[in-house]
Design a protein. Structure first.
Length: 164
């Protein structure tokens, strides 16, 4: 998640939308890399999970349901979503797979994603697995910086050089 801005830069592919997509007063002045990945225009909610560890992740989702920030645990559609047989048992049963929701469909691929993209993501994941982990206290700050970077990249003109 710390480098999702890089995935948005390399693979962002939702540069425009129909006029009725925007709220009154909002309008793009130029195409962007990824409307979908932008916090301002994209799909998502204001709910942010706790990615410190699996227990914190589920506890935060559970609190969000109680506070009615989301209706059910299944309603959470964050950038990365932990999946298992049952969200309530992730901490004990483990994570079966991850949903990487930070990718736009590739309009040049008939299946929506290219093999090279998948290989790049696997290589990136391998790098992160071998990298030292952040301390629990560093996770929230790192993700906040990552969110800001992603917003910058997502809303940049895709025909120009990125700030990052």
């Amino acid at each position: 998640m710390s480098y999702r801005w890089l995935l948005t830069y390399l693979f962002g592919a939702s540069p425009i939308a129909e006029e009725n997509y925007f709220k009154k007063g909002d309008k793009l002045i130029h195409p962007v890399r990824s409307l979908r990945q932008s916090k301002k225009y994209g799909f998502g909610s204001n709910f942010t999970p706790d990615y410190t560890d699996v227990e914190s992740y589920f506890a935060r989702i559970k609190r969000a349901v109680v506070k009615k920030e989301i209706y059910t645990a299944a309603q959470f559609h964050g950038t990365v979503r932990f999946k298992g047989d049952n969200v309530e048992n992730l901490a004990t049963d483990g994570i079966k797979h991850l949903k990487l929701r930070m990718l736009d469909l590739d309009p040049t691929s008939y299946v929506g994603i290219r093999t090279g993209t998948l290989r790049f993501i696997r290589l990136l994941a391998s790098y992160f697995i071998m990298s030292p982990a952040l301390n629990k206290s560093e996770v929230s700050e790192a993700l906040a910086v990552a969110d800001k970077r992603n917003e910058i990249v997502a809303l940049e003109d895709p025909t120009k050089k990125s700030q990052l």
